[in-house]
Design a protein around this ligand. Structure first.
Ligand SMILES: Nc1ncnc2c1ncn2[C@@H]1O[C@H](COP(=O)(O)OP(=O)(O)OP(=O)(O)O)[C@@H](O)[C@H]1O
Length: 470
C-alpha cells in the first residue's frame, strides 16, 4: 500500500516564535514517489515531516492523504513509519524485539516471528537479531531502525536525516540500500536532509526550503541546471557555483557586456533570446553564476562557438585525484549568500535544540545573547569568506534590500583586486600544469551562464513564465 500526500498552504507557528517555522508550504507527493526535503539547518524540513506524521499540529492550511482532509487524523491512523537520525532503538530489547515491537500494536495476538524474519532477510541482518543495540555498530543500528519501519508494511516512510550519524562511506552504502528498498517496495517516502549530495542521489524530486519557504520543487537535474534563484543555485552542487557581482552594459548603439569591474564578458551577436532579455537590466547590479565546469583554462584561439574569454591569476590548486580545482582571482567581487556560509550548527543559536530551549521559556537576556552570537557568527563567516584579510571585520554591506521573497546576498567589500582572494573555482583535469601566481586565459561557456536579478531570481536562462513587460 502506498499513498498520495498533499500539503496545501500549510504554515506552522511555534509558540513565542515571531515568524513561522513553515510558511504557506504547498506540495503534491505522488504515490510511490521518493521526495527529499532539502535545506540548511533550521529551515523547517523536520517540521514539515512531523506535520505529515501528525506529531506536530498544523497551524493553518490543509494536509490531504489520498485526497482526504487529514489534519486531525491521529498519528497511529496514518499508517506511516518514521526513521530518525538517532535510530531511537530500545536499549533493553534485542534487534528482534525492536523490529517486532510496533507489531504488538499493529497485529495484536498474531505471531510476529515470520514478519520479523522476512524483514531481517530483506535487510541482511539475520545474524544480529539476538544482539542488543549496545552490541551493534552505527550502520547495524540504522538497519535495525529501518527494519522496525519496514516490518509494519507502512503506506509512507518518513525519514529524518537517517544517515547523518554515520561515517561517509557507510552513508553512501546505506543511501543506495534505502533507494533500492523504498523503490522496490513502492512506498511513498519523504526524506529530510541538509546534505545536497544525498538529496540529489536519492530523490525522484527535491523540495528545497529556506527559512520555512519552499524555494523550488523539481527533479535533482532541474534543480542543478535550472535553479530558480541564487539560493538554490548556491545550495545545490559541489563545488559551490561561483557567484560574481556584475553589471549589464547595453548601449543603444548595440553590443552587450557583463561588466565584472576589472574585466568584461562580451555577449556574442546576434544576441540569443536569453541574452536579449538582459537588456532590461542595463545599468543594474546583477549576480552572475558560473559553475566550475562552465569555465576552462585554455587559449582564446581554442575557443569553441559560444565561448568567450576572461583571464585570472592562479591562487590555489586543489588536487582531488580524479580532477583538480583551480582557484583563480579574476578581480571580480564575489556575491555571498550568508546563510549558506555557516557550518551546520550543533546546538548553536540556530539549532533545533536551541529553539526548543527558547520555546521553553528562555529569558530576554538569553535571547539577546543568541542574537549577539548570531551576529558574531555572521561576521566571522564573512571575514573567513573574505580570506581573512580583515575586510570582513566590518559588517557586510547588503547589496540589495531584500523584499519578502528576495534572497539576501551580500558582496565582499571592494579592496584593491590584488588583495582579494580567489573568486572563481574552475574544474580541470588532475594534471593541469599551472602554478600559483600564473595569469591564465579562461574560456567561459555561455550555454552555462546564469544571471540573477537584484532580488536573487534567475533571469538567464529566462524563466519559463516571463513577467509582463508593462
Ligand atoms: N518545538 C519547537 N518550538 C519552537 N521552535 C521550534 C520547535 N521546533 C523547531 N523550531 C524552530 O522552527 C524552525 C524550523 O525547525 P526544524 O527543526 O523544522 O528545521 P530543520 O530544517 O529540520 O533543521 P535541522 O536540519 O537543524 O533539523 C527553526 O527555527 C527551529 O528553531
Amino acid at each position: 500500500m502506498t499513498r498520495a500526500i498533499t500539503l496545501h498552504e500549510v504554515s506552522k507557528y511555534y509558540p513565542k516564535q515571531p515568524s513561522p517555522a513553515v510558511d504557506r508550504f504547498s506540495l503534491d507527493i505522488a504515490p510511490g514517489e521518493f521526495l527529499v526535503l532539502l535545506g540548511p539547518s533550521g529551515c523547517g524540513k523536520s517540521t514539515v515531516l512531523r506535520m505529515i506524521a501528525g506529531l506536530e499540529d498544523i497551524t493553518t492550511g490543509e494536509l490531504l492523504l489520498d485526497g482526504e482532509y487529514s489534519n486531525d487524523l491521529a498519528p497511529s491512523d496514518r499508517k506511516m513509519a518514521m526513521v530518525f537520525q538517532n535510530f531511537a532503538l530500545y536499549p533493553s530489547m534485542t534487534s528482534r524485539e525492536n523490529i517486532g515491537f510496533p507489531l504488538r500494536f499493529e497485529m495484536p495476538g498474531e505471531e510476529h516471528g515470520p514478519r520479523v524474519d522476512e524483514t531481517a532477510r530483506i535487510l541482511g541482518i539475520e545474524e544480529i537479531l539476538h544482539r542488543y543495540p549496545g552490541q551493534l555498530s552505527g550502520g547495524e543500528r540504522q538497519r535495525v531502525a529501518m527494519g522496525r519501519a519496514i516490518s509494519r508494511h507502512p503506506s509512507v516512510f518518513l525519514m529524518d536525516e537517517p544517515l547523518s550519524n554515520l561515517d561517509a562511506k557507510l552513508r553512501a552504502h546505506l543511501r543506495a540500500e534505502i533507494a533500492r528498498l523504498t523503490h522496490g517496495m513502492g512506498v511513498t517516502t519523504v526524506y529530510v536532509t541538509h546534505d545536497q549530495a544525498e538529496a540529489m542521489s536519492l530523490g525522484d524530486r527535491v523540495a528545497i526550503m529556506r527559512s520555512g519557504v519552499l524555494q523550488q520543487i523539481s527533479t535533482p537535474r532541474e534543480a542543478y541546471h535550472l535553479p530558480e534563484n541564487v539560493f538554490v543555485a548556491a545550495f545545490v552542487g559541489t563545488p559551490r557555483i561561483n557567484l560574481l557581482q556584475a553589471m549589464v552594459i547595453a548601449p543603444l548603439t548595440g553590443g552587450m557586456w557583463i561588466d565584472f569591474g576589472r574585466q568584461r564578458l562580451g555577449l556574442p551577436e546576434p544576441l540569443n533570446y536569453d541574452h536579449q532579455m538582459l537588456r532590461i537590466q542595463q545599468g543594474r547590479r546583477i549576480i552572475v553564476g558560473l559553475r566550475s565546469e562552465a569555465v576552462r583554462i585554455a587559449q582564446p584561439s581554442q575557443a569553441h562557438a559560444g565561448e568567450v574569454v576572461l583571464s585570472g591569476i592562479v591562487e590555489h590548486i586543489e588536487y582531488q585525484g580524479h580532477e583538480s580545482l583551480v582557484h583563480l582571482n579574476t578581480g571580480s567581487r564575489p556575491a555571498v549568500v550568508p546563510e549558506l556560509e555557516a557550518p551546520r550548527p550543533t546546538g548553536g543559536p540556530g539549532s533545533r535544540s536551541a529553539a526548543r530551549r527558547a520555546a521553553n521559556g528562555s529569558n530576554g537576556i538569553g535571547k539577546l545573547a543568541q542574537k549577539a552570537a548570531r551576529r558574531i557568527q555572521a561576521s566571522v563567516m564573512e571575514r573567513d569568506h573574505a580570506g581573512g584579510t580583515g575586510n570582513g571585520d566590518a559588517p557586510p554591506k547588503p547589496a540589495y534590500s531584500p523584499g519578502q521573497n528576495s534572497i539576501p546576498v551580500t558582496d565582499r567589500p571592494l579592496g584593491p583586486p590584488e588583495t582579494q582572494t580567489g573568486d572563481l573555482v574552475v574544474r580541470t583535469g588532475p594534471d593541469i600544469r599551472v602554478r600559483r601566481g600564473d595569469r591564465v586565459p579562461l574560456l567561459v561557456d555561455l550555454a552555462y551562464l546564469y544571471v540573477f536579478d537584484q532580488d536573487g531570481n534567475r533571469i538567464c536562462p529566462a524563466p519559463v513564465r516571463q513577467p509582463r513587460l508593462e
